[in-house]
Design a binder for this molecule. Structure first.
Ligand code: ATP
Ligand code: MG
Length: 394
């Protein structure tokens, strides 16, 4: 009997969303993300998605790791299929759960019967399977409250399934059910986390990165590509746009007001990002900003950056401190890459005393002093010369 993967849908996740759209997107994600793991049959029955190997070459362990990172499931589990026959189930349970049972001191059997035609009730199933487990592992004791291992037996429409404890999955809603957003991806800790958080809410993610060679290096560029690759485990395949920002940035440095430089530059980056986002169907911009983290992330400064573009700007890290953001970064395995000490275009030319409480009028005056037609031309040039890299989940 073969092993398959059972993925449990979060009932609450379905609230307020179109159920069939939700499930269709989820199915598409499951199929796409397991594509490189071999041939699988993927289907849904009674709020569970099944990922079943279609031949002996299919790599179920690898598919399991993939599926664990798909948003939309609350739990997943590897399981063994059995015929709906008590003799077979009782023989299979101790055998399939052998490793976990051998290491445990206590256990319980939890049976669920969604096929009401099955002759035994869930309590009776649990008792009988429990009996067979004890026969095979006499060192075990039953503990229904806090067992080391739970042997689960599910009697469903088509078959019975046996497995041990389910693993907690990522929750969230399937990528693509909440529109598309353009993440401004720096090489830092915060922006990959912001991308992850919005993808978890169903956003289809595309990334925009600003590079200023020769001030920023090839290694800094490589770092961002690595981060995007790591993100695809959660977001699925994505486009990464690398914008050559040097000329626009130098123009602002040479013609802007020094202590407002960071904000003037951020406004320029936002204008470019919004244009790329529009062209590729994104309805929002996402950043890794967190309130009070640096001078450009005060309420006033954020309001001024907001006013730059018509698009909504989402900042999922806004209320988190660096420790909380770093914990998520470690959890999604971007942290070690993010802390590599390569320069970012935002950290070159930083003024020695950036204004923490800039006024909108000051910003507008500073922009008026520059030749905005010239800057717009440089921004347009940067936009059109951007490199588009399709980052595919490997
Ligand atoms: P992060 O880890 O996001 O880099 P940070 O503390 O370094 O955090 P800042 O450098 O102030 O933050 O940048 C704030 C936000 O601006 C980033 O989270 C990111 O969304 C965006 N950003 C900064 N630099 C770039 C860049 N080179 N390309 C694209 N977006 C950027
Ligand atoms: Mg940064």
């Amino acid at each position: 009997m073969k092993e398959l993967i059972m993925c449990y849908l979060g009932e609450t996740a379905l609230k307020g969303l179109n159920k069939s759209n939700f499930e269709a997107r989820l199915m598409r994600e499951v199929r796409k993300r397991t594509e490189s793991c071999g041939n699988f049959k993927t289907y849904k029955a009674q709020s569970v998605f099944y990922v079943e190997p279609a031949d002996e070459f299919a790599d179920t362990d690898r598919a399991f790791d993939r599926v664990k990172k798909i948003f939309g499931f609350t739990h997943i589990s590897k399981a063994r299929i059995a015929e709906k026959d008590m003799d077979k189930i009782c023989k299979l349970a101790p055998e399939y759960c052998a490793r976990a049972l051998a290491e445990a001191k206590t256990f319980k059997v939890a049976a669920r019967r969604s096929d009401k035609e099955f002759p035994l009730g869930s309590l009776e199933i649990s008792k009988e399977v429990g009996h067979w487990v004890l026969e095979a592992y006499p060192h075990l004791e039953v503990d229904v409250k806090k067992p080391d291992v739970t042997v689960m037996v599910e009697i469903r429409d088509k078959s019975a399934y046996v497995h041990t404890d389910k693993v907690k999955a990522r929750g969230g809603v399937p990528v693509g059910t909440s529109g598309r957003g353009a993440i401004m991806l720096s090489g830092g800790i915060d922006s990959p986390v912001a991308a992850y958080m919005m993808a978890k809410r169903g956003m289809d993610i595309m990334s925009v990165h600003f590079a200023s060679p020769p001030y920023t290096s090839e290694r800094a560029r490589g770092k961002v590509i690595t981060l995007a690759e790591k993100l695809t485990e959660y977001t699925g395949d994505m486009n990464l746009f690398i914008v050559p920002f040097t000329e626009a940035q130098e123009y602002i440095r040479d013609n802007g007001v020094e202590d407002l430089f960071t904000i003037l530059m951020r406004r320029s980056m936002l204008r470019i990002t919004a244009r790329i986002a529009e062209k590729y169907g994104a309805q929002a911009i996402v950043t890794g900003e967190s309130l009070g983290q640096v001078a450009s992330q005060t309420i006033g400064a954020l309001a001024i950056t907001d006013a730059t573009v018509d698009m909504p700007i989402f900042r999922p890290c806004i209320g988190m401190d660096k420790i909380e953001i770093s914990d998520i970064a470690r959890n999604i395995d971007t942290f070690e890459t993010s802390i590599l000490p390569y320069e970012d275009c935002c950290t070159i030319f930083t003024p020695s005393h950036p204004k923490t409480k800039p006024k909108m009028s000051e910003i507008l005056a500073a922009e008026e002093k520059m030749d905005m037609t010239k800057l717009a031309r440089l921004e347009e040039k940067a936009r059109s010369e951007r490199e588009k890299i399709f980052i595919k989940l490997r």
